[in-house]
Design a protein around this ligand. Structure first.
Ligand code: FE
Length: 200
């Protein structure tokens, strides 16, 4: 009888992914070109700029903001942002008194069509476990120190709801165009581990 390997003893994720891909290709279940195309699309074409476009629109168009908070999937679909891991997008707004941050405690659910593929820190078991228990500590380790009177809420993404943070529009941006505003918005701010800073 063989013991089941402890999770830590398993081969690293990239090796397991490669083995899985080879097996699925061999069985004819996936096509290598199609898979590479999908990966390239999410690495190169889709990235946080999609999310930043949505944020800049919400900052400049109150009616769009309303639609976005009401039905995230439909509102981002107005830009054509849709596809795998883009179903059931729920948008949560940050403001001066309420700070929201996203995690997937189970795995790495993430709104691909808006942010591309998740960064390594998002998939890190330490982030996933700790941000729920001690969000302020984790956020401060990541460089975000929140005032005592700011309420912090952690949202656990899943296949049912993929959360996306609408950061607060920083001061000093009143005269900026939508395109200029989009350039200020970072991936980290749209996951809620950072805020969008005022332009210098
Ligand atoms: Fe997940």
């Amino acid at each position: 009888m063989t013991a089941k390997p402890h999770p830590d003893d398993r081969a690293p994720a990239p090796i397991r992914a490669e083995a899985l891909e080879a097996l699925l290709t061999e069985k004819g279940l996936v096509n290598a070109d199609g898979l590479n195309g999908l990966i390239n699309r999410f690495v190169n074409d889709v990235g946080p700029m999609n999310g930043a476009t949505v944020v800049a629109r919400a900052w400049t168009d109150p009616e769009y903001r309303e639609r976005l908070l009401e039905d995230g999937t439909a509102a981002v679909g107005e830009f054509g942002f849709a596809g795998p891991q883009g179903e059931h997008i729920v948008v949560v707004p940050n403001d001066a008194k309420n700070h929201n941050v996203v995690v997937c405690t189970l795995c790495s659910c993430y709104p691909w069509p808006l942010l591309g593929l998740p960064p390594d820190w998002y998939k890190d078991p330490a982030y996933r476990a700790r941000v729920v228990r001690e969000p302020r500590v984790v956020l401060s380790e990541m460089g975000l120190n929140l005032a005592e009177d700011v309420e912090v809420t952690v949202w656990d993404s899943s296949a049912e709801n993929r959360y996306f943070i609408l950061p607060e529009r920083p001061s000093g941006t009143e005269d900026m165009s939508e395109e200029e505003l989009a350039e200020l918005v970072t991936r980290e701010a749209m996951v809620g581990v950072a805020v969008v800073g005022s332009p210098t």
